[in-house]
Design a protein around this ligand. Structure first.
Ligand code: AMP
Length: 119
């Protein structure tokens, strides 16, 4: 059984957060440390620690994460200019919170994704 993170408390509204969307499968809230003018985290209500833990049973929920990203991008007014979706996995992916989440980032240009092979 995976250990809960702060995101479970946010989903259950046990601690304050800026929730912008919630349904039966996912919750979306503003990142506490925004890296862009729009920075929203889209999180499954069910605790799944990393992408490595996703199963076929989760496919509906994973699809919902993309649908909600599209909807929120439109609501944030960033859909036309564009945005970036990021899912980090484990240490080398830079994951800090072990409850899967999709970052929706927009409101400024990011340019091409550059990953240095030397880092
Ligand atoms: P990652 O590095 O992909 O695991 O991203 C974790 C993200 O969660 C970071 O961008 C943090 O700023 C964000 N975060 C951590 N705690 C909170 C919180 N209480 N409310 C909103 N965002 C949070």
């Amino acid at each position: 059984m995976a250990e809960e993170t702060i995101f479970s408390k946010i989903i259950r509204k046990e601690i304050p957060s800026d929730i912008v969307y919630q349904d039966d499968l996912v919750t979306a809230f503003r990142d506490i440390s925004p890296r862009a003018p729009s920075h929203i985290l889209i999180v499954p209500n069910k605790l799944i620690p990393t992408v490595n833990d996703v199963t076929e049973d989760d496919e509906l929920m994973m699809g919902r994460m993309f649908s909600v990203a599209r909807r929120l991008a439109r609501e944030e007014g960033i859909d036309k200019d564009g945005y970036r979706l990021i899912v980090n996995c484990n240490a080398h992916g830079g994951q800090e919170v072990y409850h899967i989440h999709m970052h929706l980032l927009g409101g400024k240009p990011f340019g091409p994704l550059v990953v240095s092979l030397d880092d």
